[in-house]
Design a binder for this molecule. Sequence first.
Ligand SMILES: Cc1ncc(C[n+]2csc(CCOP(=O)(O)OP(=O)(O)O)c2C)c(N)n1
Length: 237
Amino acid sequence: EGNFFSISGNLCTQYPQAVGWAMASVAKGETAIAASWIGDGTTAEGDFHAALTLASVYRAPVILNVVNNQWAISSFAGIAGGEQASFAARGIGYGLPTLRVDGNDYLAVFAATKWASERARAGLGATLIELVTYRGESHSTSDDPGKYRPKDEWKSWPLGDPIARLKTHLIALGAWDDKRQDEMQQHQAEDVRLAYKQAESFGTLREGPLSPVASIFDDVYVEQPWHIRRQRQDLGV
Ligand SMILES: Cc1ncc(C[n+]2csc(CCOP(=O)(O)OP(=O)(O)O)c2C)c(N)n1
């Protein structure tokens, strides 16, 4: 219904899935195009290269984005080969057009994405876009960036904050003001709070309700293979 084709937590699975989804769209005679996002670290996965090959060979209508935020948890982008060549440059070897964009410039990101989507819709195939940005916060609540990079490293990031930049730009054009910005931020904070409350009303890991253990065996195989049946019996469910 929402056209989300992947919610996998395994890095990069969404890339070949996006290409396959885009190829299926063409095969069905539909006009929908696909877009997918991965981080800089994830470009080191084999699926990244498989996806680029497929996308190029089959001219899939897909936009493949690499959000280069400089860090993959505690590994800097160089560990994924970011010092040898840019992540955008990876696409050239596959014959894909590529763009390297200031990812903290909202209008630049919009323009690049629009260009790539128009190419895809015109039947010209895939585009690889590297969005250059910086992850100022921790990777997750269990991550402490102070352990692997200077605590004030973010202050040296030259490309600024994307929200502040867009706001300054719009105010300079006379299309926006601080009052509207504050109101919008308050509304959005309230929207997020309400959405969180609504999500919690369906259950939490701490308070339940939890799905029955037996449900981990559902919706994977049409016919359950013997070894999975065995695991299920061992669990006693
Ligand atoms: C196949 C696989 N290996 C490892 C992990 C654990 N893991 C989760 S996020 C992450 C780092 C990803 O870094 P990057 O691709 O740069 O994306 P970012 O988190 O910066 O958006 C790792 C190693 C995983 N989810 N899947």
